[in-house]
Design a protein around this ligand. Structure first.
Ligand SMILES: Cc1ncc(COP(=O)(O)O)c(C=O)c1O
Length: 384
C-alpha cells in the first residue's frame, strides 16, 4: 500500500497547481512547478529590484546549493561543484583525465546523449570509447562492464537509472570493478536524484552528477558534480573559470590556481535564478525525505506494473524494485501517437525509443496510476 500521508502523496498535491487538473507523470522530463518554487523566483526578482547586483549573496546562495546537494548525496559540501548542467560536470571530469596514460573511456549504452558525445569528443585527444551493451532482457549486468574495463581504462560511465528504459544499474558493483583496474567511475544520476535515497560514498563512485529540473522540482540550468574527496588532490580540470578559482574576487589573470575542494569544477557566474528555484524544490524533497519518497514511488510503480501486466502490456522496466527507479517504460507500437492521445485526456507522459515513459514522484497517488491504466486499456491498440 503506497503511503499517502505525511509530506507526500495527497498531503502535498495542493503545493503543485498543475495537479488540480492534470495527471502528471512526466517528472523524468521536468518536475511539476510548486508555489514554493514560484515564490523563490519572486524572491530573486525582489532582491534584484531592491538591492541591484548582489554578488556576495550569489556566492552565498551557490554555497547553499552546494550544501543542499551534499545533503542529498550524503557527501560533504567540499565534494560538490555547482554546475549549470550534467554536461558541464562531465566535461570538467574528462578535461582532468590524462588520456596518454589511460586512453579508454567505457560507457554504458544507456548513457544520456551528452555523456556519449563528450566521451567521443575525447577521440580528438586520443581516447578510445567502448560501449557496454545490454543483454537481450535489457539489463546490463556488471560482468558486461568487467569485460570492457582494463588497465588502460581511465573512466567508466554507468548511468544510475536509464532515461530510456528505467533500468537501474548496479552502480556499487560497477564502481568496484572499475577500481580493480584503477579506473574512475561516474554515475549520471539525473533520473534518480530526488526520487531515491542516494549515498554517494556507500555506492563507492568517484563522481556523481545530476540536476534540478526533474525530481528535484527546480528549473533547468542548475546541476551538481560530486567528486570523491580523495581525488581532489590529483584532479586538475582544464575546463575552468573564475568561480573555480581559489579566491574568486582576487581577479587575478596571471595563473591557474583552482580551489582546493570540488569548487574547482565550478565555472563562471553561478546560475542565480535557477539556484533560488533549485533550493526551493530541494526543500520540498527534504521535507518529505528521500527514503519515504523512494518507498512511495516503489509502491506506485508496482501498482502500475501489476496493472499493465493485467492487460498484457509489454513492460520494458524490470519487475524487481531494486533494479528500477521512478521511471516505468511500456512498449508501444506508436509512442508519439500514444503521448498525444494521453495529452488530450490531460495525462502527461513522454516517450523514448518506442517506449511510453511513465514517471512517478512524491506528489503522485494511486488515482494517477489508475487513471493512466484506464486510458491505456482503452488504447490497447497503441501498446506493443
Ligand atoms: C540521465 C540524464 N542525464 C543528463 C540529462 C541532461 O543533461 P544536461 O544537464 O547536460 O542538459 C538528462 C535529461 O535531460 C538525463 O535524463
Amino acid at each position: 500500500m503506497a503511503l499517502t500521508t505525511g509530506r507526500l502523496g495527497s498531503a502535498i498535491r495542493g503545493e503543485f497547481p498543475i495537479l488540480a487538473h492534470t495527471t502528471y507523470l512526466n517528472s523524468c522530463s521536468q518536475g511539476a512547478l510548486s508555489h514554493r518554487v514560484r515564490a523563490a523566483y519572486e524572491e530573486y526578482l525582489d532582491g534584484w529590484d531592491e538591492r541591484g547586483a548582489e554578488w556576495e549573496v550569489w556566492v552565498e546562495r551557490a554555497d547553499a546549493a552546494r550544501a543542499a546537494f551534499a545533503r542529498l548525496l550524503r557527501a560533504e559540501p567540499a565534494e560538490l561543484a555547482v554546475t549549470t548542467s550534467v554536461t558541464q560536470g562531465v566535461s570538467g571530469i574528462v578535461s582532468a583525465l590524462d588520456l596518454r596514460a589511460r586512453p579508454k573511456i567505457v560507457i554504458s549504452e544507456y548513457e544520456f546523449p551528452t555523456v556519449g558525445q563528450i566521451a567521443h569528443a575525447q577521440e580528438l585527444r586520443g581516447a578510445e570509447v567502448v560501449h557496454v551493451r545490454p543483454d537481450p532482457d535489457g539489463s546490463i549486468p556488471p560482468e558486461r562492464f568487467a569485460e570492457a574495463i582494463d588497465e588502460r581504462t581511465a573512466l567508466v560511465c554507468c548511468t544510475t537509472v536509464s532515461y530510456r528504459t528505467g533500468h537501474r544499474n548496479d552502480v556499487a558493483e560497477i564502481a568496484r570493478i572499475a577500481h580493480e583496474s584503477g579506473a574512475l567511475c561516474l554515475a549520471d544520476s539525473y533520473q534518480a536524484i530526488g526520487a531515491i535515497d542516494f549515498d554517494a560514498r556507500a555506492l563507492g563512485v568517484d563522481f556523481a552528477t545530476g540536476g534540478t529540473v526533474k525530481y528535484l522540482l527546480g528549473s533547468s540550468g542548475l546541476g551538481f558534480l560530486y567528486v570523491r574527496r580523495e581525488l581532489l588532490g590529483t584532479l586538475l580540470p582544464t575546463q575552468t573559470g573564475w568561480f573555480a578559482d581559489e579566491d574568486i574576487f582576487q581577479m587575478d589573470i596571471s595563473d591557474y590556481s583552482p580551489a582546493a575542494d570540488a569548487r574547482r569544477f565550478d565555472a563562471g557566474t553561478p546560475p542565480v535564478p535557477n539556484i533560488y528555484a533549485g533550493l526551493a524544490g530541494i526543500s520540498i524533497i527534504e521535507d518529505a525525505g528521500t527514503a519515504a519518497i523512494e518507498e512511495h514511488v516503489a509502491g506506485l510503480s508496482t501498482r502500475l506494473i501489476d496493472g499493465l501486466d493485467g492487460f498484457g502490456a509489454s513492460v520494458a522496466t524490470p519487475r524487481d524494485p531494486g533494479r528500477r527507479g521512478p521511471l516505468v517504460c511500456v512498449r508501444s507500437t506508436d509512442a508519439d501517437a500514444l503521448v498525444a492521445v494521453l495529452a488530450v485526456a490531460r495525462i502527461v507522459c513522454s516517450e523514448r525509443d518506442s517506449n511510453l515513459r511513465i514517471s512517478l514522484h512524491l506528489y503522485n497517488v494511486e488515482d494517477d496510476v489508475d487513471t493512466l491504466l484506464a486510458a491505456l486499456r482503452a488504447r490497447r491498440d497503441l501498446l506493443a
